[in-house]
Design a protein around this ligand. Structure first.
Ligand code: ADP
Ligand code: MG
Length: 620
């Protein structure tokens, strides 16, 4: 840019062509810019208007849509209404009845508070509001187009408010181009209504789209009724209730929700709905706690179904951190994490998660409904197993230093206690068949034993670490030596800490061999070969499948290795079991947490209900 010093030149310079001129923007343009942040599409209009209706204390809200909301969105409520003088103010930017001073920002209990939604919408669409307050003779209506608000005029109508938004983005064609098909826009409008309805079960909701009613929810539902109505009645039996009350102080939190059995986990997170104080949120802390709660019950690539409603004191959270208020900041996010994790874990622990094959009432119902949903988890686990078998090496294992007890007990000191005199059959040397309740139970012996081993190892490791120790192990009289790829051997130092915690001592025994000097007792008792185990572990680290390093990575690595240990230590498919071993495995099934699925989330047992058996025999 050229710098012009006045008085140094004889003539007035023409204005430099590239000199920026600062102007005050017209109010309409200001509002259109603000609208850019909050009004992206018809669904944003629906969200803002429904939130206003909720704030107005509505007990019934009706949403009408035309052409996916682009042509028309009308939200009608039976709330407190707006008086004649309120109407122009409601359309004025930064005018709100919900906060008055800065301190109010720390205790927001309403859905809105910025006072810009209606003004923003009115800058990019044709808006009219009709409203009547309780006790008033008649109502008023006001129209606003292109930022110009007209005088209110008397209008008849019931108590409450109806806001009509026509031709969204009629004056901002660039924004209109970003809209998707009518179907997509309509779907998003519905998603918002569903979300808001989930969080407000006392309010009745109706959506009218042309001559159809895609959604109709009665008022005064319980949270459970509302969640089931929205998730689908057919899922009711698959949902478990979460309830945690840690609302003991200002930072406390209350959690209520419904979460899906592992068998209905999905490949996407679409069936996850989080709410905080009546508001839909996206929150990593809560999602992490949810995922953590399901650890070992579903494969990590799948997402549990969950509706979680959190309540905190308004002072325990900052909602003013995101333009559409989708993200929030908790004052004490670890307390929230703890509460959600506790609730989810407890719900899953208390439930019998054995997938059950039951005859369905409807003839079209898939025969293996809930089990089939888990098929991809089964396939996932198979893949893991195959890749492990590939990686297994022939080793020069030099034999266990101590005689191994010939049992599959989790611990050598626990005497086997057979369950009530029940008849058990081992079939195909792989599965156990047991009578169970009103049906039969099919148990995958390897998967169940793997889960038992995993849980036992996890517990023992936890106890050892609490005392800064390592997993109970035995020193070898002569090291166990076995082959290992040289690139994998180079990772030995890196995994030193991990091995120590696990009670493993290993060193280089040659350019392509590894020597093991100490190994967990539990694995030795299960005849796991130390050198081939360590070689496989190093190779997995080398391939990046087990990642050590940061604190979180090493925690995950630890689980990964426990998982490997459990898999190796468990009885295999194809192993004939003695009566005594079978009895012990069944006993452990009852005592071990999460015994319904193996650590990869595959079911360990499947229940086939009497009704299904009868259906197969055409008895019903
Ligand atoms: P905010 O909700 O952030 O206050 P809005 O622009 O959405 O801002 O609304 C402005 C004001 O208009 C609100 O504070 C409220 O007083 C009033 N208002 C909007 N919608 C309704 C409604 N449906 N019923 C009663 N009052 C409403
Ligand atoms: Mg609002």
């Amino acid at each position: 840019m050229s710098l012009v010093l006045s008085g140094t030149q004889p003539f007035d310079d023409p204005p430099a062509p590239d000199r920026p001129v600062i102007r005050r923007l017209a109010p309409l343009l200001v509002n259109q810019i603000a609208a850019g942040e909050v009004i992206e599409r018809p669904a944003s209009v629906v969200k803002e208007l429904v939130e206003n209706a909720i704030d107005a204390g509505a007990t019934r809200i009706t949403v009408e849509l035309e052409e996916g909301g682009v042509k028309l969105v009308r939200v009608t409520d039976d709330g407190v209404g707006l008086d004649k003088d309120d109407l122009p103010l409601a359309l004025t930017p930064h005018a709100t009845s919900k906060i008055a001073e800065a301190d109010d920002l720390d205790r927001i209990a309403t859905m809105g508070f910025r006072g810009e939604a209606l003004a923003s919408i009115a800058s990019v669409a044709r808006v009219s509001i009709r409203s009547r307050v309780r006790g008033a003779e008649s109502g008023w209506s006001i129209a606003c187009e292109g930022g110009a608000t007209r005088e209110p005029t008397p209008a008849a109508g019931p108590i409450g408010t109806s806001v009509t938004v026509r031709e969204l983005f009629f004056n901002t064609p660039a924004r209109r181009k970003f809209l998707r098909t009518e179907r997509t826009e309509k779907g998003r409008c519905l998603d918002w209504v569903r979300d808001l309805a989930m969080a407000h079960p006392l309010i009745g909701f109706t959506v009218i789209d042309g001559d159809t009613k895609p959604l109709e929810l009665p008022a005064n539902q319980t949270p459970r009724q509302r969640a089931v109505a929205l998730l689908g009645k057919e899922l009711e039996g698959e949902l478990l209730e979460v309830a945690v009350d840690q609302f003991d102080d200002e930072r406390g939190v209350l959690v209520w929700g419904l979460i899906g059995r592992p068998s209905i986990a999905r490949p996407t997170a679409r069936a996850q709905h989080l709410f905080l104080n009546g508001r839909t949120i996206k929150d990593r802390t809560v999602l992490h706690a949810l995922k953590e709660g399901y650890r070992g019950l579903i494969d990590p690539g799948r997402h549990p179904t969950a509706v979680l409603l959190l309540e905190t004191s308004p002072t325990a959270v900052d909602v003013n951190v995101h333009p559409a208020k989708l993200e929030v900041r908790f004052r004490d996010s670890s307390a929230v994490h703890r509460a959600v994790l506790t609730g989810v874990r407890r719900a899953l622990q208390e439930a019998d998660l054995t997938p059950t094959v039951e005859a369905k009432a409807s003839p079209q119902a898939p025969m293996f409904g809930p089990v089939q949903a888990d098929l991809s988890a089964v396939m996932f686990a198979e893949r893991v197993r195959e890749s492990r078998d590939d990686a297994r090496l022939a080793t020069g294992w030099s034999g266990p230093p101590t005689p191994a007890p010939p049992s599959i007990f989790a611990g050598p000191n626990e005497p086997p206690v057979a369950r009530r005199a029940e008849r058990v059959l081992q079939v195909m040397d792989s599965y156990l068949v047991v009578e169970d309740g009103d049906g039969i139970l099919l148990i995958d012996q390897h998967a169940l034993h793997e889960r038992v081993m995993f849980q036992t190892l996890l517990e023992r490791l936890g106890q050892a670490r609490a005392q800064d120790g390592s997993l109970e192990h035995q020193k070898m009289l002569t090291p166990a030596v076995g082959p290992c790829e040289s690139s994998a051997l180079e990772r030995l130092d890196e995994v030193g800490d991990l091995l120590r915690v696990l009670g493993i001592e290993a060193s280089l025994a040659g350019p392509t061999s590894v020597g093991v000097h100490a190994f967990p007792s539990l694995l030795l008792s299960r005849k796991v070969e130390p050198a081939s185990f360590v070689a496989e572990l190093l190779q997995r680290v080398d391939r990046g499948e087990v990642r050590v390093g940061s604190e979180t990575a090493s925690e995950a690595a630890l689980h990964e290795v426990l998982d490997m240990m459990a898999c190796k230590a468990a009885v295999k498919a194809g192993d004939p079991l003695s009566e005594h071993e079978i009895a012990e495995l069944l006993r452990l099934r009852e005592t071990v947490e999460r015994s319904s699925s193996c650590p990869h989330g595959r079911p360990t047992s499947i229940r086939i209900g009497r009704s299904e058996i009868e259906r197969l025999f055409a008895r019903r």
